[in-house]
Design a protein around this ligand. Structure first.
Ligand code: SF4
Ligand code: SF4
Length: 261
């Protein structure tokens, strides 16, 4: 019987590296040294981007022509592929440019934009390949990632979180920032995972974890309006870090359209 351990690869696409760093911050628990061989994780040392892997973690969005070929190759080499973080699961901040004229932005930022090879749209990993599981967050909660890895290594399919940030507030005994301070908060439509980090600091959630499976965006948008936000500002709440998660993309577009009526 083979004693070979499952192989783990961590790939980076267009991203800030924050999700990889949050994995590194875990230290020993991440490395799971008795459970896996890390065959590729350039941020941590092992560097073999074409290595075959039993499980691949993918950070970042697809934003360049080269990214398209690379993500397809990663898919071919990986038995199970998990997209981690807002960039990989919902486009991330760089996908905000999808709502604008990207060429105009590049011309404003770079002296020689003709040297930049970028796609017109920055997209989530699942727009190009089959993704087996997604873990949201900006950055991702590394304990959720390790939990999913442990599930997979035990032969169990990881279960997606489906509680809201509000539930995290209730569990921690936090007073609702929207009710008590009139602070617009995306918690009611945002999937849990951060342990209600922002409300525990007394501020509203801006939904870096993206949408719950089912959201009542109309009701929340109405509440934001009552709290004094202009229609475009309400739309921007949905078109922020998880802007290309379908539920938020549609909600933001509907709100933008209605602000022009
Ligand atoms: S999801 Fe956030 S922390 Fe992770 S790579 Fe993207 S921008 Fe960085
Ligand atoms: S409270 Fe919202 S914005 Fe803050 S870390 Fe959690 S999901 Fe992200």
């Amino acid at each position: 019987m083979s004693n070979a351990k499952p192989k783990l690869a961590v790939h980076k696409f267009s991203s800030c590296d924050g999700c990889q760093l949050s994995l590194l911050n875990l230290g020993e628990p991440l490395l799971l040294p008795e459970l896996v061989d890390i065959v590729h994780f350039a941020e941590a040392g092992p560097n073999d981007p074409v290595a075959e892997a039993d499980i691949a973690l993918v950070e970042g969005s697809v934003s360049t022509p080269e990214d398209i070929g690379r993500i397809k190759e990663v898919r071919e080499k990986s038995a199970t592929l998990i997209a981690i973080g807002a960039c990989a699961t919902a486009g991330g901040l760089q996908a905000l440019a999808n709502f604008t004229d990207r060429s105009a932005w590049m011309a404003a930022v770079y002296a020689r934009p003709d040297h930049i090879e970028a796609l017109q749209h920055s997209k989530a990993i699942s727009d190009y390949i089959k993704v087996d599981f997604e873990i949201p967050g900006c950055p991702v909660n590394s304990r959720q990632v390790v939990g999913a890895l442990r599930d997979l290594l035990s032969g169990v399919r990881p279960r997606p979180e489906n509680r809201s940030v509000c539930m995290g507030c209730k569990r921690k005994g936090l007073v609702c920032v929207m009710v008590s301070k009139g602070e617009p908060c995306m918690g009611p439509v945002t999937v849990a995972g951060c342990n209600a980090l922002c409300p525990s600091m007394g501020r509203g959630c801006y939904s870096c974890y993206g949408p719950l499976k089912q959201i009542n965006d109309r009701s929340l948008a109405q509440r934001f309006t009552e709290l004094g936000l202009e229609p475009e500002a309400v739309a921007r709440r949905f078109h922020f870090i998880a802007n290309h998660a379908p539920a938020f993309k549609q909600a933001g577009e509907r709100l933008k359209d209605s602000s022009h009526e």
